[in-house]
Design a protein around this ligand. Structure first.
Ligand SMILES: Nc1nc2c(ncn2[C@@H]2O[C@H](COP(=O)(O)OP(=O)(O)OP(=O)(O)O)[C@@H](O)[C@H]2O)c(=O)[nH]1
Ligand SMILES: [Mg+2]
Length: 330
């Protein structure tokens, strides 16, 4: 039984519509399945939704009792991603990834304090950037110091698990077999065991998936715009009682008073300020939230909007499923 080095599935040449397919003529020497090969060499993106993956991962990890590093990206900190962290019952630490995109105005010590106060996170928290090779040696030192022989790398899809593992290997024990990484949801399809050094194993995992997302799995352009490439530039809007922010022509949030609100999203996400007498979206379900001074409107998987003064907001349509309100880190 041979597994794909890129995504972890078992290689097979019986059915080209099933996971792990590789033509029979290639199966002996192949390291990667056809999907990973096409993704890496032709940017041909085949998306495979994974069913019930969240429960399966938690079950397997809790049974194993192995150490866990849980990767989370700043724009995806919300009740759901934090609750998943809390379901892990083995020794665990948090890694906030993609430090290179976090606005310079946000200090990591502030984030740690806030994660503790608002979300009750008492575990160690690391801040890394795989792209910029920042603080990766802290993870390696942590593994060494604690003598973790096996550690899972867990986290939501696209949080940067596989990229981190490739970069850790590159530092310690460079190998040619890179795990496949990409922006498509669920690039990694099964657990992948990697020897960091002979006595230390790191296990990559399929990403957890959010219960609701702004995008459908095949909306790759939108997925690209949601995932920041560069550091996020916060944008401040002054609102009046008729102002709404419209996000990607989908989520509309209206404000009821003069206020100052600042968005923390990928710079490529399309956000516009519109006015309530714009009828376009008016005959929809409306959900109202009472916001206290200095709070965040969290949009799951997308980012958050910092609101300075207490106010009421309305959210239109079914997008209330993506909205949470929390105390701001500022
Ligand atoms: N800016 C930035 N982007 C990163 C970093 N690490 C990973 N990415 C990007 O995030 C996207 C997802 O990376 P992956 O490593 O495939 O994420 P994953 O968590 O393994 O995703 P799944 O396998 O789908 O669960 C890719 O486009 C990466 O280039 C980082 O440190 N900084
Ligand atoms: Mg992966």
């Amino acid at each position: 039984m041979k597994r794909c080095v890129g995504c972890g599935v078992i290689l097979q040449s019986e059915d080209n519509n099933k996971l792990g397919y590789i033509p029979a003529s290639k199966i002996n020497e192949a390291k990667y399945c056809e999907r990973c090969f096409k993704l890496t060499h032709y940017n041909n993106q085949i998306i495979i939704p994974l069913k019930d993956i969240n429960d399966k991962i938690i079950k397997e990890v809790n049974k194993s009792k192995k150490n866990v590093y849980y990767i989370i990206d700043l724009l995806n900190i919300n009740e759901e991603t934090i609750n998943t962290f809390k379901k892990i019952k083995t020794s665990k630490k948090m890694i906030v990834s993609k430090l290179d995109i976090i606005p310079r105005s946000i200090k990591t010590s502030k984030i740690t304090e806030w994660l503790k106060k608002v979300y009750g996170i008492n575990e160690d928290i690391f801040y890394i950037s795989s792209n910029k090779d920042t603080n990766l040696e802290r993870i390696i030192n942590d593994i060494e110091r604690n003598q973790y022989y096996d550690s899972y790398i867990l986290g939501y899809t696209n949080s940067g698990k596989s990229t981190l593992i490739n970069n850790l290997c590159n530092k310690v024990n460079p190998i040619n077999n890179k795990i496949t990484t990409s922006l498509i949801p669920n690039t990694t399809l099964d657990f992948i065991k990697i020897k960091l050094i002979p006595e230390v194993t790191i296990i990559d995992s399929p990403g957890f998936t959010l219960s609701n997302t702004l995008y459908k799995d095949n909306e790759l352009d939108l997925i690209k715009r949601i995932n920041p490439k560069k550091f996020i530039k916060p944008v401040t809007y002054q609102t009046k009682d008729i102002t709404s922010l419209l996000i990607e022509d989908r989520i509309r949030i209206s404000f009821n008073s003069n206020n100052s609100v600042t968005t923390y999203f990928s710079n490529d996400l399309i956000v516009s300020k519109i006015f309530a007498n714009n009828k376009k979206l008016l005959d929809q379900k409306v959900t109202t939230y009472n916001i206290e001074d200095n709070s965040d409107i969290v949009i799951k998987g997308i980012g958050f909007i910092n609101v300075k003064k207490a106010c009421k907001i309305n959210v239109y349509g079914e997008y209330d499923k993506l909205i949470e309100i929390r105390k701001s880190m500022f």
